[in-house]
Design a protein around this ligand. Structure first.
Ligand code: ZN
Length: 676
């Protein structure tokens, strides 16, 4: 009997040790996913593009943002201090400012997971102490409400309590996974229990409350962290409530658009079009994907498939950006702000493309990658990371874009009317949701590079890194990746440790990488190598094996579907995952961005410039500059054959624009084909 017990205990312990519980998503026990997160910190960038970006996150983005948010300008920590009774004063900042502070804390934790800097952890734990003091006895914690005498708890959804809650729960789970400590998690448990008590009801007063729904993702992580199923049940209830109630203005909805704007007109399981505020929509879909990963509900997965296709194939920019308009209407004629409009309606100059929405697009795709195990989802993650995500922050890591249009023409818009659309990056944005969102994404990017499959490992993203982790069966694996990707297409992955039995190595072949070759120890693999799919190599791996992936890095011209009127007869330039743009500092004197026409079919030369814009490959492009145009002209004028001068200019990666002072920029350019 005793022996049996010992055996049972050993089996239990070995089971426990096999599951990876410390991922970005705590999917150790998640039943309905093909690919799971690796433990945070098991992959580290070592050299090259992402190592450089992480270095900037560690030494500039996170510390600088910390200074801002804990100081007088950012005022986020002050709000907690005042609520804790440690300071006198009033709440400052947007209703969602608490959430933005939690996001920054999450970013700082990812940095700590990589560098083990005890001082950083002490700093964060100091803030956790303050937050604990700010929390009310029953778990409520929302400084934007606590510090206002004229607002009640859960009085009106415009106060963004759900948003702050979601980021609190997520940040606390990440803190717990990385440190093993309970101090932050205990705050989250107390808070989530109150949320359950309040919202686990059929009272219609709370039915339409769950808007800007980061709380769904947060609740699923709480379930994964604590094992308490009530959190998962509540997450599912928030999904089930959408589309269930009559869309009308009530005291709880006053002051913020209703209907499609907040995805409450159509139940999610019936939805086939992404609508409304792009950040709200994508956080909602990402949360629903987390729920589906736990429940395996096919109807929900089918709906998410339709929505993902609708977003990425009908409403997404070539940079991976989403949310075409600052203001407009849905196809149901509901008022829309900062969100999706009709399919193929893709303005360049007025594109809104909030950094958060772009980041959420990659977060949604990361969850879909888990659900289906298909590489097309990682294509979108990568597209966003290199382009419309990174464009949200300067090379130096201290200035931010909220909106990421594809064209900037000085004098075309009155920016004084738009506080979130700016002609250049700003060191502080009053609405501070985007900056910590992109910073936490850069800080955690190494954790997206690999996933665990049932029988092996998937390489989702390329970049110099070292992976030291365990496969699903608990066996050790160490991989060392060396590459100068995305500037060069050759990747070498050396196996430093692997189990004796054969297992799968899933290598992502990007959707643009036609003609890629994959070799193991110099010999071409037998598996099919197809752009847009994983190439799975199953074999007995041994120490010293080298996988070589060679992706052609030709410069390509990209055109939009002809239904995209705003890009008719225009092309963008892309090389590998990087989308390029033309920026005025690289144009001949007095040339304007709208004067630039690209010569189709002309040779495009690549130059790597290590001391330019943090080290980038630029593209030398022959162009034509039109002489007879002006934005001062009347609305319509007659035209005969325009006059052009020839020139050769440098194109820079889209993410790196606006790092050289005020400028004009465009991604899409009219094309003139040489042989016509
Ligand atoms: Zn934002």
């Amino acid at each position: 009997m005793k022996k049996l017990l010992v055996l049972a205990c050993a089996a239990m312990m070995s089971n426990m040790s096999l599951a990876q519980e410390k991922g970005i998503l705590g999917q150790g026990e998640t039943p309905h996913v093909h690919l799971k997160s690796i433990n945070i910190g098991d992959c580290k960038w070592t050299e090259g593009f992402w190592a450089d970006k992480f270095h900037t996150a560690e030494h500039s983005m996170v510390p600088y943002m910390g200074e801002v948010l804990t100081g007088e300008v950012g005022h986020a920590l002050n709000n907690f201090k005042i609520a804790a009774g440690l300071k006198e004063g009033k709440h400052k900042g947007m209703h969602w400012h608490d959430g933005d502070f939690y996001k920054w804390m999450e970013a700082a934790m990812y940095v700590y997971a990589q560098n083990g800097d005890k001082k950083l952890l002490e700093e964060i734990d100091g803030y956790v102490d303050i937050i604990a003091k700010a929390q009310e006895e029953d778990g409520y914690l929302q400084t934007q409400v606590q510090l206002r005498s004229n607002v009640d708890r859960y009085e009106n959804r415009k106060y963004h309590e759900m948003y702050n809650t979601g980021h609190l729960l997520t940040s606390a789970c990440i803190h717990h996974r990385i440190t093993g400590q309970d101090n932050f998690l205990n705050i989250a448990i107390k808070h989530a229990d109150l949320l359950y008590k309040t919202f686990n009801t059929d009272d219609p007063r709370y039915g339409r409350f769950g808007f800007n729904q980061t709380q769904i993702m947060g609740l699923v992580e709480m379930y994964r962290t604590t094992g308490d199923k009530k959190y998962l049940d509540l997450a599912e209830r928030f999904i089930n409530n959408r589309g269930k109630y009559k869309v009308e203005e009530t005291p709880e909805t006053k002051g913020y658009p209703i209907g499609d704007m907040v995805q409450e007109r159509v139940p999610l399981r019936e939805a086939d079009e992404a609508v409304g505020h792009a950040v709200l929509a994508l956080y909602y879909y990402a949360g629903a994907a987390d729920v589906a990963a736990e429940t395996g509900e096919k109807t929900l997965v089918d709906a998410l498939d339709r929505l993902w296709e609708n977003v990425t194939d009908k409403k997404m920019y070539v940079t991976g950006a989403v949310g075409q308009a600052h203001y407009g209407a849905s196809t149901n004629r509901d008022k829309i702000e900062e969100g999706f409009i009709d399919a193929y309606m893709m303005p360049n100059m007025t594109a809104y493309n909030e950094t958060c929405a772009n980041v959420c697009n990659s977060m949604f795709s990361y969850r879909m990658l888990g659900l289906h195990g298909e590489s097309k989802y990682a294509d979108i993650m990568e597209l966003v990371l290199y382009n419309s995500g990174l464009s949200g922050i300067s090379i130096e890591g201290k200035d931010y874009f909220y909106s990421n249009p594809l064209r900037m023409v000085q004098g075309s818009r009155d920016y004084s009317k738009h506080n979130t659309e700016t002609p250049h990056r700003e060191p502080y944005l009053e609405c501070f949701c985007c900056p910590p969102n992109i910073v936490r994404t850069v800080a955690k990017s190494a954790n997206w590079a690999y996933s665990l499959s049932n029988d092996g490992i998937a390489v989702n993203m390329y970049g110099g890194n070292r992976l030291e982790t365990k496969l699903e069966d608990g066996s050790d694996i160490i991989l060392n990746q060396v590459t100068n990707y995305p500037w060069e297409g050759a990747v070498n992955i050396t196996v430093e440790k692997a189990k004796k039995k054969p297992f799968d190595m899933m290598l992502r072949i990007p959707d643009w990488a036609h003609g890629t070759t994959v070799k193991v120890n110099g010999e071409a693999v037998e598996s099919e190598v197809v752009a847009g799919k994983f190439t799975t190599v199953n074999r007995k791996w041994k120490k010293g094996d080298i996988i070589t992936i060679d992706m052609p890095m030709d410069v390509k011209l990209v055109e939009a579907n002809p239904l995209v009127e705003e890009a008719r007869n225009q092309v963008a330039v892309r090389r590998g995952p990087i989308v390029y743009c033309v920026e005025t500092p690289d144009l001949p004197e007095n040339a304007k961005i709208l004067d630039v026409y690209i010569k189709g079919g002309a040779p495009l030369k690549v130059n790597y410039e290590k001391d330019f814009l943090g080290g980038v490959a630029t593209i030398e492009a022959p162009i034509l500059i039109r002489k007879d145009q002006s934005i001062e002209a009347s609305m319509y004028s007659t035209v005969t054959k325009p006059e052009f001068t020839e020139s050769t200019i440098k194109m820079v990666p889209y993410f790196s624009w606006s790092n050289r002072g005020e400028s004009e920029m465009t991604v899409f350019m009219p094309v003139i084909w040489n042989n016509l």
